[in-house]
Write a protein that binds this ligand. Structure first.
Ligand code: ADP
Ligand code: MG
Length: 584
């Protein structure tokens, strides 16, 4: 690697505001990026106590020369850029020379390193601001140990979440980098337990399966390399990667990764392009899984717009958007999967076209709901009254759009959202399990459940709550648990798969639910389990199933809204119908 030099003040000023070490995951991300920039073939990460107690990142990269180590800890000292023009041709993840000094300012840091051409390496220790240096014998490469993060900053520490959440965030900081660098072997241990290991064989599929879990493998298809050329025949954008067919989907965006020029990014427009390319292949409310590599000319992308370097500005965002969609369409069509209808390529729709949430919690759950809010212009000014009393004694008339049950009661005609209603019913029943009022059911044969690395912590933390809900789980192998019994209310609905999805959703926060910070695990589990178990929009229901659902809904005490706060039912009152049909 080039020599480390302090940036001249003009160039330093051009760099987006200072590096922010907000939480342990920021430390992990910076250290792993440094290891990647050093050309490492393997990187080992250890996280203890949520990363607050200890983070260690070791690599076999180029190392830092003994004479330069102290410089590496100076602000704006970097080996990666020297002149302003370099900002337009970044080929490294770091470029600001701020990570090491920022970390050393808020934690104790011990860096040991040796370059291939030096016989003896150096250990450099910054503890409570005091610096010590000593020679050290070690293999070529670098290891950095960060301890006691924010120990001297109680105010910062207060903002940290539970250790399990911080640990999960640390792991999630490595995941996109592992996908962007499949030729590097990553190993992450969280509190001594292996949480991620990528093969480092240079193939995206290997890294993707390690990250997303073995169960995705059969669904993953290659995204054919798609190139858009500019007027002068130069490549404007190149897209490739892997995507899961529409039959594998998740509740959140945890499986969607966009990498631009080998740098994981958060770009709303691109995530939207992915979701839209799948269109109706993925059920409403679910998200597709895809890992996309996007390449654009280095001077057409600006990574220097935000301190976390996650946001990017793309000069030709529309072209990139179009290429992403075309690539995904090619992949999904090639697999013989039905393809939804596409709008014209390009980003006319854009993220703003995302549907507004159909339910506005501010309006109150039992108030007046306007029919136009679901985006149905024909709905006119009709105001639909959301039902008043308990939803008891409803008579099923049918199912509309495989989404709504149509039923009749004393007050008028009800439209019942089948997912929302089922979710509400299950939630009530699961809560009843907690008070010992429901049974659990033994499985005929115990099921082995894969616990993806990021969910292992949840199994441990929530063991007692899982048991009180009616799950009987025991450890089984490094990444598996044995499921012997489940709450009876879930028994009919693939409880093993649902439990796995629930654990992942809780570990990654991808459940789209909100709860109080103190909400007990039992409640969180019940909420997510209910959501995952409930019939979905798009499921055809037989009449007895509909009757059963309405009967149970009638018994639920809080029947008016689902766990997300959306209404479970809308009432078209007799008066309303008469008014609409001009009978009154
Ligand atoms: P930046 O990555 O923006 O240059 P950092 O503060 O993260 O700034 O690192 C400062 C310098 O220290 C880097 O430019 C690099 O030369 C050196 N360095 C840091 N970590 C490593 C590592 N793991 N291997 C080799 N060199 C490293
Ligand atoms: Mg760096």
């Amino acid at each position: 690697m080039a020599r480390i030099q302090q940036l001249d003040p003009h160039l330093a000023a051009k760099i987006a505001a200072g590096e922010v070490i907000e939480r342990p995951a920021s430390v992990v991300k910076e250290l792993v990026e440094n290891a990647l920039d050093a050309g490492s073939r393997w990187i080992r990460v250890e996280v203890e106590g949520g990363g607050i107690d200890r983070i260690s990142v070791s690599d076999d990269g180029c190392g830092i020369g003994t004479a330069e180590v102290s410089l590496a800890f100076r602000r704006h000292a970097t080996s990666k850029i020297h002149v302003e023009d370099d900002l337009d041709h970044l080929h490294t993840l770091g470029f600001r020379g701020e990570a090491l000094p920022s970390i050393a300012a808020v934690a104790d840091v011990r860096l040991a390193t040796r370059t291939a051409d030096e016989r003896v390496g150096i250990e450099y220790v910054v503890e409570a601001g005091a610096i010590e240096e000593r020679p050290v014998a070690r293999q070529a490469g670098t290891s950095v140990v960060v301890e006691h993060l924010f120990a001297r900053f109680p105010a910062r520490r207060k903002f940290l979440r539970a250790r399990s959440v911080e640990s999960a965030a640390c792991l999630q900081a490595v995941v996109p980098l592992a996908l962007a660098f499949p030729e590097v072997q990553f190993a992450v241990r969280v509190d001594g337990r292996e949480a991620l290991r990528t093969p480092g064989d240079g193939r995206l599929r290997g890294a993707a399966v390690a990250v997303l879990g073995a169960e995705v493998d059969p669904y993953l298809v290659d995204v054919p390399e798609t190139v858009l050329d500019g007027e002068a025949e130069q490549v404007v954008v190149r897209v490739g990667g892997l995507c899961a067919t529409g039959s594998y989907h998740r509740s959140g965006r945890s499986g969607m990764h966009v990498i631009v020029n080998r740098r994981p990014v958060h770009n709303r427009a691109l995530l939207y392009a992915v979701a839209e390319a799948y269109g109706s292949l993925v059920p409403v409310g679910r998200q597709p899984v895809a890992v996309l590599n996007v390449e654009v000319p280095p001077d057409e992308v600006d990574f220097n717009v935000h301190p976390s370097k996650l946001e990017v500005k793309l000069l030709r965002e529309r072209a990139v958007f179009g290429a992403v969609q075309r690539a995904l369409r090619g992949a999904l069509a090639g697999g013989g999967w039905p393809v939804a209808t596409w709008g014209p390529a390009g980003s006319e729709a854009g993220p703003s076209a995302e549907q507004a949430p159909p339910w506005d919690p501010q309006r109150g759950d039992w108030g007046v709901v306007s029919a136009t809010r679901a985006g149905d212009a024909q709905g006119g000014r009709a105001e639909l009254l959301v039902g008043g009393e308990r939803l008891e004694g409803l008579r099923v008339l049918g199912q509309a759009g495989k989404t709504y049950l149509i039923a009749e009661g004393d007050a008028g005609v009800y439209l019942v959202d089948q997912h929302a209603a089922h979710e509400r019913v299950l939630l009530e029943e699961l809560r009843a399990s907690l008070t010992g009022r429901q049974e659990r059911q033994l499985l005929l044969e115990p099921a082995v459940i894969e616990v993806p690395p990021d969910a292992a912590g949840v199994v441990e933390t929530a063991a007692a709550d899982l048991a009180s809900l009616g799950f009987d789980i025991e450890p089984f192998g490094p990444r598996q648990v044995l499921l012997r019994a489940v709450p009876a209310v879930l028994a009919a609905r693939q409880p093993g798969r649902i439990l796995g999805e629930t654990l992942v959703a809780l570990a990654t926060g991808s459940h789209g639910l909100t709860w109080e910070a103190q909400a007990p695990w039992s409640e969180r589990l019940a909420l997510v389990l209910a959501c995952k178990t409930a019939v979905r929009s798009g499921d055809t229901l037989e009449r007895p199933e509909m009757e059963e659902l309405l009967r149970r809904l009638g018994e639920a005490t809080l029947c008016r809204t689902c766990a997300h706060g959306r209404p479970t039912a809308i009432l078209l009152s007799h008066a309303q119908l008469e008014r609409e049909f001009g009978r009154r």
